[in-house]
Design a protein around this ligand. Structure first.
Ligand code: PAF
Length: 284
């Protein structure tokens, strides 16, 4: 595995890979890799000749007062995990390398960025889309893998890639969960044992909602208020939002249909956690 930090080095390796007609799988991450990332990397390695992983805690997607400076890191462990999976290129740029000049350009994906998570974090998705656009340009044509846990992020990135004609196929991969349903997230590291237990209320209420939908309840407002009741009963969790939307347009819906997604964000201790489900499939 090549460990590199310069954009010019990525170009050199990619040029060589392409000259040999290799297909390229890209997994952008912010590090502190967990089983969710591992599943993306394994899929990329299975489906492509060469796998590139990036680790970059992107300052553009954190607002003032968010956890940029305390975002968990364990680079040595991350490097070992990537090596074990057979990653070919691990790109770990500095902020100076990614943003050597003050960045004046930003990517906006209208309608998809200002709702749900974007209503709570107004600058977040523009920061995500901008860094992902840079990574897509640095790497060039590839298959790029993102987790469905960040459902809105996946819609933003897929739409950006389509609208701006990136030669990148964006692939969503199922959320990886612990045995009690908690979605894996680097931010779970902030939870105390008691909060970790309490955090299961998020996936539990998504699963109960899914069962109710599958039993015939299709009113979004009824399902929403059942989730609010369940979440409110857990005193260690503070619900930020529960939204029921059409899965790709992210438009709010009144009646739950097969393409629906239910999305939740909640604060548990220091961790702000998000999760989502298609209620016709439920939490797997
Ligand atoms: O999902 C993440 O880890 C980040 O938002 C991403 C896509 C790597 C962009 O910084």
């Amino acid at each position: 595995m090549k460990l590199i930090s310069q954009v010019s080095e990525v170009h050199e390796f990619i040029d060589e890979y392409r000259a040999q007609k290799n297909t390229i799988g890209l997994v952008p991450t912010m590090g502190f890799l967990h089983e969710g990332h591992i599943s993306l990397m394994q899929r990329a390695a299975n489906e492509n000749d060469k796998t590139i992983v990036t680790i970059f805690v992107n300052p553009l997607q954190f607002a003032e007062g968010e956890d940029l400076s305390s975002y968990p890191q364990n680079l040595d462990k991350d490097i070992n995990e990537c090596e074990a999976i057979g990653v070919d290129l691990l790109f770990i740029p500095s902020s100076e390398e990614m943003y050597s000049q003050p960045i004046l350009t930003s990517v906006q994906v209208d309608q998809l960025m200002s709702t749900i998570e974007g209503a709570s974090r107004p600058t977040h998705f523009s920061g995500v889309a901008t860094v992902v656009a840079k990574l897509f340009n640095i790497v060039g044509p590839c298959n790029a893998y993102f987790g469905e846990k960040d459902w809105q992020q996946l819609q933003v990135i897929s739409t950006m890639a389509r609208d701006l004609s990136f030669r990148v196929k964006v692939l969503g991969c199922p959320t990886v969960r612990q045995s009690d349903g908690l979605a894996l997230s680097s931010r779970n590291a902030y939870l105390t044992p008691e909060e970790r237990e309490a955090a299961t209320v998020i996936s539990r209420s998504l699963q109960v909602a899914s069962e109710n939908v599958q039993a015939g309840e299709t009113s979004a407002s009824v399902i929403k208020s059942q989730i609010v009741d369940e979440m409110t009963a857990e005193t260690l969790a503070t619900l930020d939002y529960v939204e029921i939307v059409e899965g790709s347009s992210l438009q709010t819906i009144d009646q739950i249909t097969e393409g629906a997604r239910i999305l939740i964000a909640a604060k548990v201790g220091k961790a702000r956690l998000i999760d989502n489900v298609n209620p016709y499939f439920g939490i797997k």
